[in-house]
Each structure stands twice: as structure tokens, then as C-alpha cells.
Design a protein. Structure first.
Length: 195
């Protein structure tokens, strides 16, 4: 609460200083420039004051950006506390040529993620990339994870598989990886691993 109030004050100050006589604010002179040094000494007190205000505005702006980053981190910690956090990642089996179109995830019967892949995302997965498809909160204990995968095989035939997994959530964060493979690869279609 204290940080939010401080942030409001800082933003107000930035806005007030940003709109105060914008026409009188000039760039700071480069060092070693004799003409600029002459102008600085010839600057009126109002111009020098405006330069000082400009420097203060820049400092306040950097403070606001720092506070915003801290607030984002605090928000993530509040929304996804480590004691209840579960994250699910998606990867393609190495060398698999299946075209992954969509993945749907359900935890305990609730749809938690439905993602449709673009050509660029599919290419990144084929190159070994991993996508975080879901981050959320679940209570400690046993849970049911249902995964539905839609895609096309290399030959062009439609491919759809559903798998059901049970996982146990403990007090620490739970990180799981779903590896997808087409039936042509000779591997299990969907496997669940943990980090």
C-alpha cells in the first residue's frame, strides 16, 4: 500500500514536471563544445532552472520504471505463490515431423489452457523450443491432468490424441513437461515429465 501511494506521488510529479514549460527545455550540451560552453554561461537563470528540472524529471522517470518492475514481481508472487504454483510446458519429441495444431489442458475437469499454434511457433518447437502453456494455482494433493492434442501427420492425415495423467502437488512449485509425438515416430503420443 505504501509503495502504491509512493508510485502515485512519483507519477504525479513526473507528469507535472513533464508539462511545465516544455518549450523552454533544451538538450544538455556536449562536453568539449566551446560554443555550447559559451551558451551555458550565457543561459538565463530560467533556462538553467529548466535544465535542472529536466534532469530531475529523467531521474523520476527512471525511479518510476524501477518501481513498476518491482510491482510486477510482487504481483506475480501474489498471483502465483510458490506453495500452490503449477506450470505446464509443451515440447515436441526430437525429430518428430507431426504438425501440432492445438493443445487443450484440463486440471481436475476444468479447462485451464487451450492453445492454437502458428507456423513460427511450431518451427521453434521442432528446433527444440519449449512453450509454457499454463501457470496457475492448485492445492496440495493428487490431481488429474487431461491433455488433448490435435495435429496433422507428415502424410497429411489428421491426428488427435487424449491422455490422462495423475500428478501429486506438494508444497513446492510443480513444473511439468508434456512431450508430443506423432504415431509415425514409434514413441508414446503424449508423455508427462517433471523438472
Amino acid at each position: 500500500m505504501k509503495k502504491t501511494f509512493h508510485l502515485s506521488i512519483v507519477i504525479g510529479a513526473v507528469l507535472a514536471l513533464s508539462f511545465a514549460a516544455p518549450g523552454a527545455i533544451h538538450a544538455a550540451p556536449a562536453s568539449g563544445d566551446s560554443k555550447a560552453q559559451t551558451k551555458v554561461s550565457d543561459a538565463t537563470p530560467e533556462q538553467q532552472q529548466m535544465r535542472g528540472l529536466d534532469e530531475q524529471v529523467q531521474e523520476v522517470k527512471s525511479d518510476v520504471l524501477g518501481i513498476a518492475a518491482e510491482l510486477n514481481q510482487l504481483e506475480e508472487k501474489l498471483l502465483y505463490p510458490s506453495g500452490t504454483q503449477v506450470a505446464v510446458f509443451v515440447a515436441l519429441a526430437k525429430g518428430d515431423q507431426m504438425r501440432l495444431d492445438a493443445v487443450r489442458l484440463e486440471i481436475d475437469g476444468q479447462l485451464v489452457a487451450h492453445y492454437i499454434y502458428s507456423a513460427k511457433e511450431l518451427e521453434a518447437l521442432r528446433k527444440g523450443g519449449v512453450q509454457r502453456i499454463y501457470v496457475g494455482n492448485v492445492a496440495t494433493g493428487d490431481h488429474q491432468l487431461n491433455v488433448l492434442v490435435d495435429g496433422k501427420l507428415k502424410a497429411g492425415a489428421d491426428f488427435s490424441r487424449t491422455e490422462h495423467f495423475t500428478f501429486r502437488k506438494e508444497v513446492k512449485p510443480k513444473l511439468m513437461e508434456l512431450t508430443m509425438a506423432g504415431p509415425d515416430s514409434g514413441k508414446t503420443s503424449i508423455t508427462l515429465g517433471e523438472f
